[in-house]
Design a protein around this ligand. Sequence first.
Ligand SMILES: [Zn+2]
Length: 381
Amino acid sequence: METFRFTITHRDPNSKARAGLLETPHGTVQTPVFMPVGTQGTVKGLTQDELEQLGVEILLANTYHLYLRPGTEVIRELGGLHRFMSWNRPILTDSGGYQVFSMSELRKLGEQGVEFRSHLDGSRHLLTPEGAVEIQATLGSDVMMVLDECTEFPAGRVATQKSMERTLRWAERCRRAWQSLPHCDSERPLGALFGIVQGGTDPDLRRQCAEQLVEMNLPGYAVGGLSLGEARPLTYELVSASEQFLPPDKPRYVMGVGLPEELPHYVALGVDMMDCVLPTRNGRNGLLFTSQGRLHIRQARFARDSRPPDESCRCPVCRRYSRAYLRHLFVANEMLGKILNSCHNVFFYLDTMRKIRQTIAAGSFSSFLSDFSGQLQGEVP
Ligand SMILES: [Zn+2]
């Protein structure tokens, strides 16, 4: 039984952009897609009902956090992550590696895996490639990620190469662990496993990593280790250096990007999937992304502004509330302010992706690409 399939429906003649359909055990996702991040099994500030109404087709959940709390066993007992969080659409999980590297109190890296102490209670854990796959399968993830070693930025070539080679060995162990799991459990089909291209800022190491991952014949591939502080043109170059060695008929995912104006640039490089905490994190901090640029809602100039945050936005917030009210909520530190800002921002990201998919299908993506990004970068007038 085929539970995972990627079909390209349209290609842009002037770039590598493509539109398609990603079929998963929990439904079909239109690509290119932006995935909101539900770190703890919740996209902060938004209910599952709201996510559905905003048109979220897939979200990301963080294995590290869910493994430590409430714990994989609790989620298994309650029927898997979809049932636990009452979300019946696709879920992508990361391997937990990135959070172990960035959040845990103590980590000791070895060939076997990474040993770490919980940031919650200091308890000791060992995350291995096999364990990362098993945890994600237990959660019931539709798209699982291999455990990779997150190369530090910046790093020298020798260190980057060593780290990339370990990522490849771990990817192979993940693949074996994934293949040994029952793929056709009638109740819960096993999700797909994606490899992750590492290689730091070295395009040649990126190529080597991509080529060797492709030999593992995985269902999809991600580009990781980006947006760590490098200049944006270099990020694009590294995506491009990885992408050109990945199979054209499989989905490509760039992890942890980006700003709204960057989304079409990644799509133009052939990227199908992206995720980022920016829409919700910025919403909580009072920054709204609009078609006219950034809007910092706390600014005094909005105190008597009866206009919606974005006059051309059709989201539930812009249809109903004024900048003045949102500013009041923010200044008064009311939780509704953070919720409404997050709602608008998630809609804005999804709406941008809708426009990207529509213009790819209509053959007008290149003019969208050149018009769109320039308008977004400054502050709203
Ligand atoms: Zn809006």
